[in-house]
Write a protein that binds this ligand. Structure first.
Ligand SMILES: *Cc1c(COP(=O)(O)O)cnc(C)c1O
Length: 370
């Protein structure tokens, strides 16, 4: 493409680990005329979004809003605000995103204890129990849907242990959010972050977050300033909450318009129906892929419905096949990340992309190419 050619991104079927395809209503909302980020009309948009973030996180948490930056910034918001130098924290690592949390926590000056599970498996609550018996961490952080391995991590048993130990429970829900059940209040989650571009099917670059009363108390009890100005909740919350609405940063107005519309679509469908749709489409893709010799790497019962991690049959060259899918069919699937690079595919059925047409397009393209 030459610099003076008009953009044309129209032909892509997004079946990777995100972003997912957005609904035309979301794209139309994004093209709405710009308004000021302190315009009363925009403040209403922010309020609408906040109500829908609370609904979809299944929480009544007051401190619930959207960080103006991608999922990783949501991760960093949770960790930099809750950790002070010298704090002991436990981080569960069963893929790339757990590893990223360890890196951020270490940069915050935390003493990090890691609990590891083999990639492709979930963290065993017994491991958590053993670690909590010999430590007293300020928080425990874990990834609900490990996008690098395709594992759905059960949270409830671990949450109870963390609560009993008096620690805060921090959850990465970037990929699970709006695609599988996630009950922030009922499951005792104290801090949670997600992303806009996975099962919400909004443009990338925004991160819904929520904090429990217990997390807010921990913030209020900090002895040192949060080392990040932009992500410091004590500052940014004055923009999202209360009568003040103080200028903090210029909100990404167009992306927020799009996000509001993406939430409206989620609300229209209803969470239960949305979760069921993700599950049914996962099963449909699974039967088609298994018939072609692809094998799921995650044991049954721990598989993500929105991210299918599969081993490509040895007879096929995964990199060539992935390139041909993109160039000849406009279909994007994800390759392996980290340890799994070159070994697996990660096929996303996220949000708008969780539909039978996408599945049929991928399966028939694979039949034609192999
Ligand atoms: C995608 C993802 C992130 C990071 O989100 P970005 O928007 O890419 O910064 C974090 N955690 C998990 C589990 C993810 O899948």
């Amino acid at each position: 493409m030459a610099w003076n050619e008009e953009l044309n991104s129209n032909d892509r079927i997004l079946m990777g680990p995100g972003p997912s395809n957005a609904h035309p209503r979301v794209l139309k909302a994004m093209a709405s005329p710009l308004i000021g980020h302190l315009d009363p009309y925009f403040l209403e948009v922010m309020e609408d979004i906040k109500v829908m973030v609370q609904h979809t996180f299944q929480t009544r948490n007051h401190l619930t809003f959207v960080v103006s930056a991608p999922g990783t910034a949501g991760m960093e918001t949770c960790l930099v605000n809750l950790i002070e130098p010298g704090d002991e924290v436990v981080i569960c690592v069963h893929g790339v995103f757990g590893t990223r949390m360890v890196d951020i926590a270490t940069r915050c000056g935390a003493k990090v204890i890691t609990i590891e599970a083999e990639w492709g498996t979930a963290i065993d609550p017994e491991q958590v129990k053993a670690v909590l018996e010999r430590s007293s961490p300020k928080l425990l952080a874990i990834v609900h849907a490990e996008t690098s391995t395709g594992v759905l991590q059960p949270l409830e048993a671990i949450s109870k242990m963390v609560r009993d130990a008096g620690a805060l429970f921090v959850v990465d829900a970037v990929t699970s959010y709006c695609g599988t059940d996630l009950k922030v209040d009922e499951w005792g989650i104290d801090a949670i972050y997600s992303g806009s571009q996975k099962c919400l099917s909004a443009p990338p670059g925004l991160s819904p977050v929520s904090f429990s009363e217990k997390a807010v108390q921990a913030l209020d009890n900090r002895k040192s300033k949060v080392q990040s100005w932009f992500l410091d909740l004590s500052l940014v919350k004055n923009y999202w909450e209360g009568a003040k609405r103080a200028y903090h940063h210029t909100a990404p107005v167009s992306a927020m318009f799009a996000l509001r519309e993406a939430y409206r679509l989620v609300m229209e469908e209803g969470l239960d129906k949305r979760f069921a749709r993700h599950w049914e489409n996962h099963l449909l893709l699974k039967s088609g892929l298994e018939a072609m010799g692809f094998e799921f790497i995650v044991p049954e019962g721990y598989r993500l419905p929105m991210l299918n991690a599969v081993k490509v049959p040895d007879s096929l060259d995964e990199a060539t096949l992935r390139t041909r899918l993109l160039n000849e069919y406009g279909i994007e699937v994800g390759g392996g990340l980290g340890k799994f690079a070159g070994k697996i595919w990660r096929i996303g059925l996220m949000g708008e992309g969780s539909n039978k047409n996408h599945i049929n397009m991928l399966l028939s393209a694979l039949h034609q190419l192999t």
